[in-house]
Design a protein around this ligand. Structure first.
Ligand code: NAD
Ligand code: TDX
Length: 332
């Protein structure tokens, strides 16, 4: 039995990862989460108290990280400021949490020689042309566009340096866009689902031709667990499920699955510096670790996700009005 320390375990992917661990292992989990605007307390309520300990705290708090890391066998670092639009209006918490927070954890795992897995994003590679035949691989040069992706790129490079310079036992993964339950409604898919539930027309940035490579959060987390179990130290694994869709198609699919006319959406102001396309080549992960996605139908995964937001209105309702008010201020 291992003791996991999961940072950001009250956020979208982190809470799903904790549930995945509880279901598939006998391990114990300590969640550390600052409980920023992005965390819902309900996401950690009701987890088995015999197997989960919750600590409210900041990954930049060196004394706290030292104590928590010393008691762990494995650290999985999800905590981050994660929303591109927020990084355009105020980059400061992104630099602090994503860069300084990762540095703080790396120093703690170095001191205590604890296994570390770093969660990152495909956005560190910049974007692709729509017709580019190449997808991102672990050797694609870093070329981040937004303050968010630049701070994630910086955090990845810190991990690589701590592996090489100090022999820290770490793996990294860079995943494409996740969807599924417990995702904050500021993000594209849950924003539009909850808009439709509210009788509000979905909002598409610009022409809606930007492409994202969608993966169900459970498939991401299954891959993370495989990497922790059998990944090679110092290695970067790209996680993706061949789920490329343009945003217009995603909005139209949501509307169709929710029984609305497929053209019942509005075009709004585009995002500054908006990346055009992301696409992941996950061959290495499939060949080396035998990982396969379970959600091979995006429509089925989306239908499950729509059902989750319909069934869990109490989870998102308290933050809906404020989330939309923030977007209204930027004409989005
Ligand atoms: P999220 O915003 O839903 O959750 C982030 C969590 O981190 C929140 O619970 C928040 O309270 C916590 N947090 C923020 N600052 C903190 C701090 N200083 N100390 C402790 N906790 C803090 O984000 P997410 O979508 O679940 O993303 C999780 C990780 O996965 C991030 O590292 C992100 O870069 C990465 N990622 C996300 C996606 C995606 O599509 N969402 C894709 C690839 C990679
Ligand atoms: O209302 C919207 N309308 C719209 O057209 C919103 C919120 C977004 N969009 C577009 C912008 C993007 O092209 O949809 C696409 C997806 O947007 P987001 O959900 O904000 O995701 P993205 O910017 O692609 O980043 C996400 O995937 C990579 C996560 O937020 C990151 O944390 C992760 O690293």
């Amino acid at each position: 039995m291992a003791n996991y320390l999961v940072t950001g375990g009250a956020g979208f992917i982190g809470t799903n990862f904790v549930r995945h661990l509880l279901e598939h292992t006998d391990d114990h989990v300590t969640i550390v989460d600052k409980m920023t605007y992005a965390a819902r307390p309900e996401s950690v309520d009701g987890l088995d108290p015999q197997r989960v300990t919750f600590v409210q705290g900041d990954v930049c708090d060196a004394a706290l990280m030292d104590r928590l890391v010393a008691a762990a066998d494995v650290v999985v670092h999800f905590a981050a400021e994660s929303h591109n639009d927020n990084s355009l209006s105020d980059p400061s918490p992104f630099v602090q949490t994503n860069v300084v927070g990762t540095y703080t954890l790396l120093e703690a795992v170095r001191r205590h020689d604890v296994r570390y897995h770093h969660i990152s994003t495909d956005e560190v590679y910049g974007d692709l042309e729509l017709d580019d035949p190449e997808k991102f691989t672990a050797t694609t040069p870093y070329n981040p566009s937004s303050p968010y992706s630049a701070t994630k790129a910086g955090s990845d490079l810190l991990v690589r340096a701590w592996v090489r310079s100090f022999g820290v036992r770490a793996t990294l993964s860079n995943c494409s866009n996740n969807y599924g339950p417990f995702q904050h409604i500021e993000k594209f898919i849950p924003r539009q689902i909850t808009n439709v539930i509210d009788g509000v027309r979905p909002k598409l940035y610009g022409a809606g031709l930007n492409v994202r490579d969608w993966i169900h959060v459970d498939d991401h987390n299954a891959a993370v667990l495989r990497i922790i179990e059998d990944g090679r130290m110092g290695e970067t694994y790209l996680i993706g499920a061949d789920g490329e869709k343009d945003n217009k198609t995603v909005v139209e699919t949501i509307l169709r699955l929710m029984g609305e006319p497929v053209d019942a959406y509005d075009h709004v102001n585009d995002r500054a510096g908006h990346d055009l396309r992301y696409a992941i080549d996950a061959t290495a992960l499939r060949d080396e670790l035998g990982w396969r996605p379970r959600f091979t139908s995006f429509e089925d995964g989306l239908a499950d996700t729509i059902a989750w937001y319909r069934d869990n209105e109490a989870w998102w309702r308290p933050i809906k009005a404020a989330t939309e008010a923030k977007y209204a201020a930027t004409g989005q």
